[in-house]
Design a protein around this ligand. Sequence first.
Ligand code: GUN
Ligand code: ZN
Length: 430
Amino acid sequence: MSSPRLSAIRGEIVHFVADPAHHAHALEHFADGVLVVRDGHVAECGPAPELMARLPAGTPVTDYRGKLILPGFVDTHVHYPQTDIIASHGEQLLEWLEKYTFPVERRFADPTHAAEVAGFFCDQLLRNGTTTAAAFATVHGASVDALFEAARARRMRLITGKVLMDRNCPDALRDTAQGGYAESKALIERWHGRDRLLYAVTPRFAPTSTPAQMQLAGQLFAAHPGVFLQSHLAENRAEVAWVAQLYPQARSYLDVYAHHGQLGARAVFAHCIHLDETDRRRMADTGTAMSFCPTSNLFLGSGLFDLRGARELGVRVGLGTDVGAGTSFSMLQTMNEAYKVLQLAGQSLSAAGAFHLATLGGARSLYLDDRIGNFATGKEADFVVLDPRATALLERRSAACTSLAERLFVLMMLGDDRTVAATHLMGDAV
Ligand code: GUN
Ligand code: ZN
């Protein structure tokens, strides 16, 4: 048997052991801390003076003193094929899909193109400190292969799936209920649970699937334990009205997904803006997650997410960039805009609340908090190293901070990919 691979990482460590909204001591902080990694997993996390003394002689130590070490960010909703239409001007959701999104997604019929974008996309995530993502591919099975290959080569934890879309879209992007089912099933068998990869059944949203396809998507989700389901929900008012027209029997937009067996643990819906209390309660009761995508919601003029309304009922919530409607791959920038969205609703997001959403909260929304999200012993050692001196302005503002909360808030308001000094997957710098 080969001996275990041991390494140590030293710096200022910040992570969550619980939700700061419910626990006074949820945030754990070691001003001079050490993370001990054994074979890619957290062996120990604690104060440096104590842990350094106990490290076996010869253990390599990476010194990040002066920088902060946090669990890798979890992006719970993003579209890799939309990388090339980020920042496209002037439309709201339904027009934006027609004008920008569908044309760019057609190009993923070409596996060479898909592979090139997938590599670029994964590298963008990593340079922003995102170590886990739930991403949409396109309707093309090869687009799923391309993203899984790229993530596997980098050892990232990644969730993706073939988009199911059998109506209300261009011919070139349309599958069929049976064809989409068969292709998804084959992809689940090929990829789900391989290395760090997980499959998500991916009906784009209720308007682009027939009831027959919605039914089969629900069946796939139910028949494969551990598989995810991702879609969009109640993002835009015109979209909500369209769903009411297409599914006249449904009580609400959410009810369409419920009727087709698409709620439950590991089901993740982006946006969730135009919902009522019955919908929110149903999401809480079924363990269905919301992905809050503030940069996208502001960019497309979709509306303001009600975090307090969701949290009060106990809904699982994560944070998503939603690139290409979202305007940044940076989860720091996404926290920045989450703060502003909530300000408009009179809800003040704390720095701890925001960093929790981006790490342990996101992991919990995806039911992955037994593997990622903090530095508890046994977790996968994915982490991000943030440099509070990354820019002249950050350095100046950080120097004036008098508390950890203030320093974290400044990082999320002024930080971006320049702030990310390093990203580690399973202990190793990438
Ligand atoms: N609803 C259906 N498809 C999409 C998409 O690609 N992006 C966003 N933001 N909303 C959607
Ligand atoms: Zn989306």
